[in-house]
Design a protein around this ligand. Structure first.
Ligand SMILES: [Zn+2]
Length: 327
């Protein structure tokens, strides 16, 4: 093309005729050529920059790589924190179980969210480092959720510890008859378990502990509670029952006198009546039972007041001897 003139042979006139190209067509042709050049150049540039990134791009790529490794490092640190928290959670569970007799936070609830699904789909779209960022975010989410649960669990322990003060005052912990009023040393009391029955002379389960004392000796509440029963009971004679809450109930038999009424609140050490010889009894004494969640348990474990650990051990040993009960 260009400025060179073009001729076409006309078979009808048998002459060469000059080709006239309109200006418009020339402009279009020029534009077309220009476009091809531009597109080709851009494509080549793109290939070039892919193979040889610009200094700025190279810097950015380096930074992205560094950030990716920092995110991986963060994930590692969060994992260590999770392990520490899990250890705290384990110890917390032990406190719940051993000290308060309660079930700790459910394991499934505690571990909910560990299943790998990503909670941050927006980072999946990242061309570089999305996986590392996503993992770090997911781990942090999980850790924060567990921290909230752990904190709530500690709140529970705190409130339990507060009510533990009430619990300590309520659970029977002193002897129902003062030791200096007993006619036998505490070590020779008739204990809990199978004993020879004083009336039937056969081995019978003795559900309590007998405290021999003079008729009229004061009987004291071994812990705070509410009187639930008073009156005559075949076998036990004049009898009182006190509910201490937390699963504990105490029973007093063979009383000569009852000083409390049903519904009355009593505090530890308060006089509730007097020792007697009423009901199936062979000598003046207090028959004392401690029930936990409906079952009689050995009252010896609730008589540890004013005893040295050695005296307490002696008492426990002595109470194991299968002597005759006073019932
Ligand atoms: Zn008894």
């Amino acid at each position: 093309m260009g400025r060179k003139e073009k001729f076409v042979y006309n078979i009808h006139t048998l002459t060469y005729e000059k080709v006239v190209v309109p200006v418009k067509t020339r402009i279009w042709q020029a534009f077309g050529l220009f476009s091809v050049v531009i597109v080709t150049s851009l494509a080549m540039l793109a290939v070039f920059y892919t193979l040889f990134p610009s200094p700025r791009e190279a810097d950015l790529m380096r930074e992205i790589e560094q950030m990716e490794s920092k995110y991986k490092q963060m994930s590692g640190q969060v994992e260590v924190m999770s392990k520490v928290l899990n250890n705290i959670h384990e110890r917390d569970a032990n406190v719940h179980r051993m000290v308060f007799g309660m079930d700790p936070v459910d394991k499934d609830i505690w571990e909910a969210g560990t299943g790998g699904h990503t909670a941050h789909p927006e980072v999946d779209a990242f061309k570089f480092g999305g996986a590392a960022v996503g993992e770090a975010l997911t781990r942090i989410d999980f850790l924060s959720r567990q921290l909230v649960m752990q904190s709530k669990s500690l709140d529970t322990i705190q409130s339990l510890a507060r009510s533990k003060t009430d619990m300590l005052a309520s659970i029977p912990s002193v002897k129902p008859v003062r030791e200096d009023k007993l006619q036998k040393t505490i070590g020779t009391l008739s204990g809990f378990g199978y004993r020879i029955h004083p009336v039937y002379k056969i081995k019978k389960f003795h559900a309590g502990l007998d405290f021999p004392a003079r008729v009229g000796t004061a009987i004291q509440a071994p812990g705070d509670g509410v009187v639930t029963e008073t009156g005559w009971h075949h076998g036990y004679g004049n009898c009182v029952k006190i509910s201490h809450g937390f699963g504990y109930v105490t029973l007093y038999g063979h009383m000569s006198r009852i000083n409390v009424r049903v519904g009355q609140k009593v505090t530890k050490g308060q006089k509730i009546g007097e020792v007697g010889d009423t009901g199936l009894s062979t000598a003046p004494h207090l028959h004392y039972e401690v029930h936990y969640r409906g079952n009689p348990i050995n009252p010896i474990n609730f008589c540890m007041d004013n005893l040295t650990p050695r005296e307490y051990q002696e008492m426990v040993e002595a109470a194991k001897v299968a002597n005759q009960s006073l019932d």
